[in-house]
Write a protein that binds this ligand. Structure first.
Ligand code: CAA
Length: 411
């Protein structure tokens, strides 16, 4: 069997802003956000949550039932790093109590470093099948209050245990890759918010999709119709719709009004409620597909497109395994999303504008709802994390059907 994901879990902050509230404060038509971008809610991190605590919480859930002594590598893919030198992975390593023989490091290439990490992890476990890799990916997307990208902000983390004996999905070895030096989205070291040329970025995304698909097709010999589902990197969910129709056109497929609902829609449901979480977005989409689809997906092939601005992209594929329903609790993501607290606009601004001191003074952060870990404060330029009791997630009624949201007309 090909190596792949043994278990995986997703975490997103316990607070959100409804984009109708944002639209009211920006003088925008809510349909622009709900239909034009395909986004409904934006996850917002409280001051005591950062990428370390989000990733540690996703990893804590992914490791349930896994023998942690078999994990010899922890990779953390992020573009929201908390230090220029020390890897965020080392904090996560301590919070999870992993073995001192488990190496831990951080990866960067915009939203695509999680996929670079995945491909490295697959090679590692193929070489040493008795060992596993814990791959975490997490980000907090910030564009600035009032910026064009603001309604596409979001936050979240995904953790995956990569193993030679996967239970969720086994990845096929063929990959299509594409790299090009472009300035579509970047964040210089001295800025807290990303700079983005949004319209240009959409064009480059589609070009990178076409190029990496073509490379993947040549390497694998597979056709578009050999794939049952497609998961795309999700800066906002309409992007996946544009991407899928673009790919279908490139492959000269006849128009099919159900194509999006059938092949892509199940992977969009979580992102629509969280917003972009950069490195985690593609894998949040995969979890959404696995957790919200009706029927048994075992044996289905998924095509995955990872895009990291700047840019690097990758198209690859995997087959869903019979054990996936036992390896991931199928209602966990839905419960997490339903059990969040809605913010008023002023609360969102307060969370957004919270800053840690930069002069080394000691500062304790007030407690908010988080996962099992929180950033308690800073002192002497050092971050201080702590473990907290997590309130049980409320029981919620049975899942709503994965009803496709009302959509904008896609050209
Ligand atoms: N009702 C319904 N639809 C409406 C509407 C209304 N009242 N008003 C506008 N719309 C539609 C528009 O027609 C448009 O749809 P089309 O793209 O199909 O034409 C859509 O809503 C968005 O409208 P605009 O293009 O006018 O929106 P904008 O100028 O405010 O910017 C954006 C949109 C460029 C995506 C911006 O939000 C942005 O820069 N986002 C961040 C960057 C980004 O997401 N880039 C995408 C790829 S980059 C990447 O993948 C890396 C990454 O993760 C960042």
């Amino acid at each position: 069997m090909n190596p792949g994901i043994e278990t995986m879990a997703f975490y997103t902050p316990r607070y959100y802003l409804d984009l109708r509230t944002l639209a009211a404060h920006r003088g925008a038509d809510p349909d622009k956000f709900y239909l034009g971008l395909g986004q409904e809610k934006m996850a917002v991190s409280p001051p005591d949550e950062d990428v370390v605590t989000m990733a540690a919480e996703a990893a804590r859930m992914a490791l349930e039932g896994v023998d942690v002594s078999s994990i010899d590598t922890l990779m953390f893919a992020t573009e929201t790093g908390v230090d220029q030198s020390k890897a965020a992975a080392i904090y996560v390593h301590r919070l999870l109590g992993l073995s001192t023989h488990c190496r831990s490091f951080e990866l960067k290439q915009a939203c695509c470093s999680s996929t670079a990490g995945l491909q490295m992890a697959l090679a590692l476990v193929a070489q040493r099948p008795h060992k596993k890799v814990l791959l975490v990916a997490g980000d907090i997307a910030r564009y600035g209050l009032g910026a064009a990208g603001e309604p596409t902000q979001g936050a979240g983390a995904v953790a995956m245990v990569i193993s030679a004996e996967p239970r969720v999905i086994a990845f096929e070895p063929e990959q299509g890759s594409y790299t090009e030096d472009v300035m579509d989205f970047w964040r210089p070291n001295y800025l807290e918010e990303a700079l983005v040329d949004g319209k240009y970025s959409i064009k480059v995304y589609l070009r990178a999709l076409a190029k990496s698909w073509e490379h993947y097709r040549q390497e694998s010999g597979r056709a578009f119709t050999d794939h049952d589902f497609f998961c795309y990197h999700l800066p906002f969910t309409r992007m996946a719709e544009k991407a899928h129709l673009h790919l279908a056109r490139l492959n000269q497929l006849p128009p099919d009004p159900d194509r999006l609902d059938r092949e892509v829609e199940p992977s969009l449901l979580y992102n629509r409620q969280t917003g972009n979480c950069y490195t985690a977005s593609l894998y949040e989409g995969l979890l959404s597909l696995l957790e919200t689809s009706e029927g048994n997906l075992a044996g289905k092939r998924v095509g995955l497109f990872s895009y990291g601005s700047g840019c690097m992209a990758s198209f690859f594929s995997g087959k869903i395994l019979p054990g996936y329903r036992d390896a991931i609790p199928l209602d966990r993501g839905r419960r997490l999303l339903e059990d969040r607290t809605e913010l008023r606009y002023e609360e969102y601004e307060n969370f957004y504008e919270h800053r840690l001191p930069t002069d080394g003074s000691a500062y304790a952060i007030a407690s908010h709802q988080t996962g099992a870990f929180r950033l308690a404060g800073v002192a002497d330029h050092k971050r201080n994390y702590e473990r907290v009791e997590v309130a049980a997630v409320k029981a919620v009624p049975p899942p709503p059907q994965a009803v496709p949201a009302k959509k904008a007309v896609v050209a």
